[in-house]
Design a binder for this molecule. Structure first.
Ligand SMILES: Nc1ncnc2c1ncn2[C@@H]1O[C@H](COP(=O)(O)OP(=O)(O)OP(=O)(O)O)[C@@H](O)[C@H]1O
Ligand SMILES: [Mg+2]
Length: 495
């Protein structure tokens, strides 16, 4: 491909050179020939006039004298009478010669002017220059062969051609070098385009200068960069989609598994009762209790799943307003104290400073606190202590002012490697134990989603055997109003 362009450029240059040489040749030969002819016509007409003056009219020895004059002037001489008859000729017998009145040069001389013409001789086949001058009533004609003139013109043409060709030689060399240079650049660009076509978007062309090819190379590099960026984006999105697909599959598997266990249990105990156990007073009530427990578990699972999907799909409608943090804490403690008491756990309240407000949905904060307290009660052995409280966190700007709600217990604790995955859906440290306690592994995931819906976050610290501390943060102000710069007067509710 590039070789062909190179050859085309060189071929084009050579064509131009040949055309130029031909033009020079035609022009030079024409100019030289005409100027030589004019000079010769002038010389011959002068010689003719001189000879005419020397020849006497009616000279009987005209033929002999004509021969002498022809010899000294190196030209063939012919004397023509006024009626065109040839009176004498230095090389032929005049009586044998045709009437010359019709010859153009003679006709002109007969009219009183110098006539000249170039004609091929019928006998020698050589071009002759004929010049005729008026002589008495007739004409004196001189004829010389043009071979000398043609030889001189040929020499001039040869010299002109050689010098023109020599003058063009550097131009051809420069053209050849330029063609090679352009052809090499094009080769690199074509190779690069081939790489792009094969999907190698990381390849880059080196600088190709500031000309059009340089700009083309630069544009190709930009295109490669854009394509590389787009491909990376697509790969990233693809990986994201694959991850989402994995999460979705895991979710479906987990949900099916969580449904199957209580359903199988309900089915088993119901069949046992129907097969006669319903009439055995010592077992029927126990079986019915187990069935009710499993139904409760299914109900809890359904409601937890509903909560999570509503938050994730952002279809959960939150009622945001300003609340006192302590009011929210007391609400939750009041609701959970009977359960803690039942397990002989001591529930301690660590209140926030008076009038500490948060901007939240009270039901959401209540649910998050309940989930944490429920865990603390479940995973703390009898006679343990549970602390529930809130504190204002130090903030750099109003937009980052948060209150932290926490639940601390003296329970079984969690090994450090488990902590990072604790807030994932269905993740449980001890599956069998959690299931035994009626857990599905959605409680902490709900807390995380609720906190994030409030622009807050969750955290956990734990020591196996010593206890755990779970916390989530809630903003002090309406984040939207803080960002736009004007605090919206929210509804201040004290629960
Ligand atoms: N206070 C705690 N002490 C020790 N382990 C805890 C504590 N809180 C949570 N965990 C561990 O974290 C896991 C996930 O908790 P999460 O609340 O999400 O699920 P669950 O309590 O098992 O079920 P659910 O809350 O959906 O009824 C639990 O199964 C348990 O192993
Ligand atoms: Mg829980």
């Amino acid at each position: 491909m590039t070789v062909r362009i190179f050859l085309k450029l060189i071929g084009g240059t050579l064509c131009v050179l040949i055309l130029a040489l031909a033009a020079v040749d035609i022009l030079a030969s024409r100019v030289a020939e005409s100027s030589y002819r004019e000079k010769l016509v002038r010389e011959l007409s002068e010689k003719g006039n001189t000879i005419a003056a020397l020849l006497r009219p009616g000279d009987l020895a005209l033929a002999g004298r004509l021969k002498e004059a022809a010899h000294s002037s190196a030209a063939r001489l012919t004397v023509v009478a006024g009626d065109g008859r040839v009176l004498a000729d230095s090389e032929a017998e005049s009586v044998r010669m045709d009437n010359h009145r019709g010859r153009p040069e003679v006709a002109t001389a007969l009219k009183g002017s110098v006539g000249s013409v170039v004609r091929k001789s019928g006998t020698t086949g050589i071009d002759y220059l004929y010049v005729a001058v008026p002589y008495q009533n007739g004409a004196l004609r001189l004829a010389v062969p043009l071979t000398e003139v043609q030889a001189q013109v040929g020499e001039i043409r040869r010299r002109m051609l050689v010098s023109t060709a020599l003058a063009f030689l550097p131009a051809v060399l420069v053209a050849a070098l330029l063609s090679r240079f352009v052809s090499a650049k094009l080769g690199a660009i074509i190779e690069h385009a081939g790489k792009l076509a094969q999907g190698d978007f990381r390849a880059r062309l080196g600088s190709q200068g500031m000309d059009e090819l340089g700009v083309l190379a630069q544009k190709l590099n930009e295109t490669g960069g854009n394509l590389e960026h787009m491909r990376d984006e697509l790969q990233r999105e693809h990986q994201e989609l694959e991850k989402l697909e994995r999460v979705r599959k895991d979710f479906v598997i987990n949900v099916s598994h969580e449904l199957r266990t209580p359903l199988a249990s309900i089915q088993g105990y119901t069949e046992t009762l129907l097969n006669g156990a319903v009439h055995e007073p010592e077992t029927n009530v126990r079986f019915l209790h187990i069935i009710r427990q499993n139904v409760e578990r299914l109900t809890n699972l359904a409601s937890d799943l509903l909560t999570i999907s509503r938050i994730e799909l952002k279809s959960q409608k939150f009622q945001f307003a300003f609340y006192y943090a302590n009011g929210l804490l007391i609400d939750c403690v009041d609701a959970m104290r009977p359960i803690a008491d039942k397990k002989k756990l001591c529930l301690h309240l660590e209140p926030a400073p008076d009038k500490c407000e948060v901007f939240c949905d009270s039901k959401a904060v209540h649910q998050a606190l309940t989930n944490l307290l429920d865990n603390a009660i479940k995973y703390t052995p009898e006679n343990g202590d549970i602390y529930i409280g809130a504190r204002r966190l130090a903030a750099k700007s109003p937009a980052t002012q948060f209150v932290e709600f926490y639940v601390r217990d003296t329970g079984i604790g969690i090994p450090a490697p488990e902590l990072p995955r604790l807030f994932e859906r269905f993740y449980r440290v001890d599956k069998a134990r959690s299931r035994e306690l009626g857990g599905t592994g959605l409680g902490l995931a709900i807390v995380k989603h609720l906190a994030r819906a409030h622009t807050g976050d969750v955290s956990v610290t734990s020591e196996p055997g010593l206890g755990s501390r779970f916390a989530f943060t809630i903003p002090v102000d309406d984040p939207g109003a803080v960002e736009s710069g004007d605090k919206v007067q929210g509804q201040l509710t004290v629960s």
